[in-house]
Write a protein that binds this ligand. Structure first.
Ligand code: C2E
Ligand code: MG
Ligand code: MG
Ligand code: MG
Length: 290
C-alpha cells in the first residue's frame, strides 16, 4: 500500500522498519544463546504483610545483561514472546523459582515465591504439566507458589483462559491478577475468576496521599478483594505516605522500592532474618522470624 505513494519517504520508512526488524532478530538470537548458556538471572522482590512488616514472599523478576547493557525486561520479554523463546525461558524461570522457594522452606522460612507468566506460556498446552513437574522436582508445596497473570491477559480469550486457570487452580498453586486496574476486567468479573490474590497496579498507589479519587478507587479494590476472600497486594509503594494510607485502608500486603528493591536471593534471606527497614516497620523494631 505504501508503495503507491512513491518517493523517498517510503524508502526511508522501509529502511527504518528494516532496521527495527534486524534489531529484534538480533536480540532474539542473542537471547536464545543467553538462555542456552543460562546467562539470565533472577532477582527477587520481597512482599510484606503491612500490619506486621513481615516478609511473606518474594516475586521473581528476570534480568539480562547483554554485554555491558542491562536490557529492560519489558523490551526483551516482548521479543521473547514474539519469537516463541518465552516458552523455553519461562520453563527455566519456573524451575529456578521453585528451587529457590524450596530452599527457603528447607531453611524453615515460611515464605512463598511468585512467578510472572506471559500469555504465550499460559496458552502452551503443556503449561500446567510444566508447573506440576517444576513443583515435583523441587519439592515445593503447590500452595507456596503464586502464578502472576496480568489483568490484560484475562480478556484475550476468556473461555480458554478460564479453563487454564481452573487447571492451575486444581494443582493447588495460588493465582494472582497482576497490574489490576489497568485492563478491562471489572470488579464484577473478579468474582468469576479462581484468583487468590489481586495486585493493585502502581498507577493507583503513586497517587495515594495526594489524589483523593485514586485513594477512593484503591480503597474500593481493597474492600472488594477482601469481601471475595482474596489477598490484596499494593505494588509500587515508594513513599511513606502511600504506605500509611494503605495500612489505614486495611490493605493486606505491599511491595515496592520503599519496602525493598528487587535483589539477589541472599539479600532476601537477610531481610527475612532481620526484617525490613525502620521506615517500613511499624514499630521501628525488626519483626520476629519464626
Ligand atoms: P510486574 O510483574 O508488574 O513486576 C513489577 C515491576 O515493577 C518490576 O519491573 C519491578 O522491578 C518494578 N517495581 C517494583 N517496585 C517498584 C517501585 O516501587 N517503583 C517502580 N517504579 N517500579 C517498581 P521489571 O523487573 O522491570 O519487570 C517488568 C515486567 O516484566 C513485570 O511486571 C512482569 O510483567 C514482566 N516480567 C518480569 N520477570 C518476568 C519473568 O520471569 N517472566 C515473565 N513472563 N514476565 C516477567
Ligand atoms: Mg508481577
Ligand atoms: Mg504488576
Ligand atoms: Mg506492573
Amino acid at each position: 500500500r505504501a508503495k503507491d505513494t512513491g518517493g523517498g519517504r517510503v524508502e526511508v520508512y522501509e529502511a527504518h522498519m528494516h532496521a527495527d526488524v534486524v534489531r529484534r532478530l538480533d536480540m532474539a538470537s542473542d537471547l536464545q544463546r543467553a538462555i542456552a548458556r543460562e546467562e539470565l538471572q533472577l532477582q527477587y522482590q520481597p512482599i510484606v504483610e503491612l500490619a506486621t512488616s513481615r516478609v511473606t514472599g518474594a516475586e521473581a523478576l528476570i534480568r539480562w545483561r547483554r554485554g555491558d547493557e542491562a536490557v529492560s525486561p519489558r523490551a526483551f520479554l516482548a521479543v521473547a514472546e514474539d519469537s516463541g523463546l518465552i516458552v523455553a525461558l519461562g520453563e527455566w524461570v519456573l524451575r529456578k523459582v521453585c528451587q529457590q522457594g524450596a530452599a527457603w522452606r528447607d531453611a524453615s522460612w515460611d515464605v512463598g515465591v511468585s512467578v510472572n507468566i506471559a500469555l504465550r506460556q499460559l496458552n502452551a498446552p503443556h503449561f500446567p504439566a510444566q508447573v506440576a513437574a517444576a513443583l515435583a522436582e523441587s519439592g515445593l508445596p503447590p500452595s507456596a507458589l503464586t502464578i502472576e497473570l496480568s489483568e490484560r491477559m484475562l480478556v484475550e480469550d476468556a473461555g480458554l483462559i478460564a479453563d487454564r486457570l481452573a487447571e492451575l487452580h486444581d494443582l493447588g498453586v495460588k493465582l494472582a491478577i497482576d497490574d489490576f486496574g489497568t485492563g478491562y476486567a471489572s470488579l464484577a468479573h473478579l468474582r468469576q475468576l479462581p484468583a487468590d490474590i489481586i495486585k493493585i497496579d502502581p498507577s493507583f498507589i503513586s497517587g495515594l496521599g495526594q489524589d483523593p479519587v485514586l485513594a477512593m478507587l484503591t480503597k474500593t479494590i481493597v474492600q472488594v478483594g477482601r469481601d471475595l476472600g482474596m489477598q490484596v497486594v499494593a505494588e509500587g509503594i515508594e513513599q511513606p505516605r502511600q504506605l500509611a494510607e494503605l495500612r489505614e485502608m486495611g490493605c493486606g500486603y505491599g511491595q515496592g522500592f520503599l519496602v525493598a528493591r528487587p535483589m539477589a536471593a541472599p539479600g532476601v534471606e537477610a531481610l527475612i532474618r532481620t526484617g525490613v527497614g525502620e521506615q517500613v516497620s511499624r514499630t521501628g523494631s525488626a519483626p520476629d522470624v519464626n
